[in-house]
Design a protein around this ligand. Structure first.
Ligand SMILES: [Zn+2]
Ligand SMILES: [Zn+2]
Length: 246
């Protein structure tokens, strides 16, 4: 028996033991799953996932019902500041629960499933190789209360090959803001104006930056961060969000 066969036999035995000892549940609806293999979602929840796909806006990734990739009306009218924004999953089906369990209940179990879904989405092949990955920061007071920044955890889980390029302390939120979900368009922008900065006004001349966040809703948070990165000299700014609400 070859060493490789030994290893694969051992790992399937281990997986079997894990499934017996720690029965798996669907992270979307809570129903029991026969195995703990990723993603931890039942067939119904998997069936309700919608991946980000073409045809879409060549800049912000907004999906179109038909046709080919082109600039959406919003990006035509207002240059969004970033070079490209892409997301892995629509904010529907089990996705809101995955994000909320991580963000508000501090459960890290969804991270491996999120990373698996991001891999399956193929979104990374649209992104240019960055010099720096910057998670959208929380204000230090919120970070203390929550204990972690979900965007940092998502960046680490979803981009393991760029892990050494993640800098969680460079982009900072210098004043607390009201949660964006409680506000509408204009007040969202006012709420965030001047909220972000670079630590000690660091420069990013000629750097390619990938900004990472959990959800893209109106894009106001991302636009504020991108403006800061541009002012600091970043030569390319792309945005990855796990999900986009439409
Ligand atoms: Zn389910
Ligand atoms: Zn667009």
């Amino acid at each position: 028996m070859t060493a490789r066969l030994h290893i694969s036999l051992a790992s399937s035995l281990l997986a079997g033991a894990r499934d017996l000892l720690f029965p798996a549940f669907c992270l979307g609806c809570g129903c029991p799953l026969p195995t703990g293999s990723l993603p931890l979602l039942c067939p119904d929840c998997r069936g309700s996932l919608i991946f980000g796909r073409s045809p879409c806006c060549t800049c912000c990734g907004l999906p179109f019902a038909a046709g080919s990739d082109h600039l959406c009306g919003h990006c035509l009218r207002n240059q969004p500041g970033f070079d490209l924004a892409r997301f892995a999953l629509h904010y529907c089906g089990p996705v809101p629960r995955l994000i909320q369990d991580l963000k508000f209940h501090g459960l890290t179990t969804p991270l491996a499933t999120m990373a698996c879904l991001v891999r399956n989405s193929g979104v990374a092949r649209h992104l240019a190789e960055p010099d720096l990955l910057l998670p959208v920061p929380l204000h230090p007071a919120r970070l203390r209360r929550r204990g972690f920044n979900q965007s940092l955890l998502i960046a680490r889980a979803c981009f393991p090959r760029w892990r050494s390029r993640i800098d969680p302390d460079l982009l900072i939120r210098r004043r607390p803001t009201v949660p964006q979900t409680s506000l509408t368009g204009t007040s969202r922008r006012r709420n965030l104006r001047g909220a972000f900065a670079l630590y000690r006004d660091r420069r990013l001349d000629n750097r390619r930056v990938l900004l990472v966040d959990d959800v893209f809703t109106t894009g106001s948070t991302v636009r504020e961060c991108v403006a800061v990165l541009r002012r600091a000299g970043a030569v390319r700014v792309e945005v990855f969000t796990l999900s986009r609400s439409l």
